[in-house]
Design a binder for this molecule. Structure first.
Ligand SMILES: N[C@@H](CCC(=O)N[C@@H](CS)C(=O)NCC(=O)O)C(=O)O
Length: 265
């Protein structure tokens, strides 16, 4: 390889976890090459990229994106990061000033809270797609598949949604409305304890990124690239964020800084 560092990001455009990685890499001005991953279709390709083989235990484990493959000149060589938080921690460690271990631990807690909210969104999506497969066709089917007759795309998505529901059954069970509302209360308290613009130390941080992405899954901002259940498939407009107008307003302000890579072109 040449002397420069290269970051290859295996990602699912529209997935909030991939958005977390793309936002922080963009913010830290670390250029990356996007390699889109399609669930199910690219499972073997993902394992090939991670150099996993069928005789290895990890080959059969649940793997997720984003994955960053970072190639740096010797002696560093190649680093593979398989979690969005690890990608963020890596990017932040290279930025200036880099966060202290305490600050990283605090960001990790916000990230866990954002995951709890995102898991609720995913469970909600699975419920809606199990009821009506067109939700899956419209939201997660790749563009080429959406052009095919519903008989075909619907069948593929029917299977995909059931595999997905099975894969995430444990996480889906934990993701309740109460978990989301408790998370929103924590955001609200953090905003009130500062000047109301940011969650940590009155300045923009990864905590704002991950929580804004999580809130956006429940109340989408127009033009932001993120999987959400289309309104026409939602039977009763039930606003889980009704009590948290302050959180919604904060999220809208944060989304103004969305990098171009996360905007629908
Ligand atoms: N802890 C992981 C979670 C990422 C995650 O859940 N990714 C989902 C995106 S929908 C995924 O890759 N799903 C693919 C699959 O389950 O087949 C992270 O933050 O990177």
């Amino acid at each position: 390889m040449s002397g420069a560092m290269e970051v290859e990001l295996l990602c699912l455009p529209g997935s909030p976890w991939s958005s977390k990685a793309m936002w922080i890499l963009s913010l830290c001005k670390l250029p990356f090459q996007k390699r889109p991953f399609e669930p199910m279709v690219d499972e073997v390709w993902l394992r090939y990229k991670l150099k996993l083989w069928p005789w290895q235990w990890r080959f059969w484990q649940r793997l997720t994106v984003p994955v960053a493959i970072i190639r740096e000149p010797a002696p560093k060589g190649t680093t593979v990061l398989t979690d969005s938080f690890d990608i963020a921690a890596w990017a932040l460690a290279r930025s200036s000033p880099s966060p202290s271990p305490e600050q990283v631990a605090q960001l990790r807690r916000w990230n866990a809270l954002s995951d709890a909210v995102l898991n609720f969104g995913r469970a909600d999506f699975v419920r809606a797609a199990l009821k009506d497969v067109r939700v899956a066709v419209e939201v997660i089917a790749p563009p080429w598949m959406r052009k095919l007759p519903l008989l075909f795309s619907g069948l593929v998505m029917w299977v995909a949604v059931r595999v997905f529901a099975w894969k995430y059954a444990d996480k889906n069970k934990e993701s309740t409305r109460e978990v989301v509302q408790e998370a929103m209360r924590q955001v609200s308290v953090a905003l009130k304890s500062g000047k109301g613009r940011y969650l940590v130390e009155d300045r923009f941080s990864y905590a704002d990124i991950v929580m804004a992405i999580a809130v956006n899954g429940l109340a989408p901002t127009e033009g932001a690239l993120q999987f959400t259940i289309p309104r026409k498939f939602q039977s009763e407009p039930d606003d889980i964020l009704a009590e948290f107008q302050d959180v919604k307003a904060w999220k809208e302000a944060i989304m103004k800084d969305l990098p171009d890579v996360l905007r629908i072109k």
